[in-house]
Design a protein around this ligand. Sequence first.
Ligand code: SF4
Length: 502
Amino acid sequence: MTILLSTLNARYTHASLGLRYLLANMGELQSLTHLQEFVIGTRAVDIAEKLLAHQPRIIGFGVYIWNVEETTKLVALLKRVAPEIVIVLGGPEVSHETEAQEITRLADYVVTGWGDVTFPQLCRAILHGPKPLMKIHAGVQPPLDDIALPYRLYSDEDIAHRTLYVEASRGCPFKCEFCLSSLDKTAWPFNLDAFLAELENLHARGARLFKFVDRTFNLNIKSSLRIMQFFLDKLKARPDDPVFAHFEVVPDHLPDALKEAISQFPPGTLQFEIGIQSFNPEVQTLVSRRQNNDKAAENIRWLCQHSHAHLHVDLIAGLPGESIESFAAGFDRLFALGPHEIQFGILKRLRGTPIIRHTEAYGLLFDPHPPYAILATDCIGFADMQKLVRFARYWDLIANSGRFAHTLPHILRAAPFENFMALSEWLYERTDATHRIALDRLALLVSEWLQSQGVHADTIDQALSQDHAGKIGKTRGAKAKTDSLAQPEPSLLSRQARHLAA
Ligand code: SF4
């Protein structure tokens, strides 16, 4: 009699924190419960075969926006070959609009919201009766102190090869309408002493790469400072074997005490993901995002100038009321502040988010299939939205990758958005592709485009020769052909290293 916990992660390096929470909270069923993770792109039949080899009685699947289509096929297959196995779904993708989904129809039960308490309860009822009558079970949300922490379930292999996700709090007090966390309406902290003890244990076992999934790390500054001090102590004790920490922060709340701690982190040890989303106050009001733009800009500039933190700042294109012109102005404003990466996202209609209230008034058209990206608004037509999608892709390849760090200023000059859009459209005309462009070819194309813009060939050669992309171009041949952009994106740390070296 076995219970399997399974999911399809977006990459092998992403170890599922959600499944480990469930396993940690299985109580007396824990010894019967096993974890089996897969990566999207694996054939459903191969996954099914591996799962069935355990002869499970119950399989719980974590369903997310990136795996819902593949998990739906997998559940359909399992129900064909082994209909007696009880399939339980959980995760954000099935927690809203639950009954409308094909995967729900195929499964036996769904736990919406938090599963830490409700999933084991449901398993007990399935195994020992009475048989649960309801198909959909709203997850009980216990006090965080009642939830067993999962960090000891990271295996030595996870520690050695995968990103370790950790959380010091759940939820978010803000109400940005495009975000699922807006439904939480508040944030709940875990017991900090217990959490830090778990971090200590992970560090002692060799963990060095910690990614915090807290939606707003800098909400409670006292807690933020203690966590930062934990990492600073480790860095001081083992400077030759440094830790790396990634946090999501709100940009307009950076008191001096936090700045003081941040400024002590040496290069390559700290990364912030900062949500700006839009610099347009009217759009912010429309989507209920509270943000002091001037304060946010001032803090990002401070971080760029006075800290070694690697900054990854998010913008969203396609929000209601945002035109290309206002998005471009926000992009240029952000670029001028100097963050290392601008994560240019396209609005998605996440299930359950209140953004849909603007659908009619702002002509929002979303792709009905995951990841439910916006296709057009009354401000941005379909063709222009596709241009933005391409811009985002090429921006990632050329700017965020750090592979063209010395060449980028020649591309962007005084009008970053406008000039990069021109390059983006030119690249698309030339290649008819946004993926699978070999890096040496991309370097040649960028060089050609710059020449067409009147940049002197010597200037371009000089810039490219200092860039990773240009070096690949120079050694074109057997090695260069293997450095294709079709390969997985460079790791956070290698991207960071290229930005720091530029
Ligand atoms: S976008 Fe960030 S600040 Fe806004 S609700 Fe989501 S997590 Fe909270």
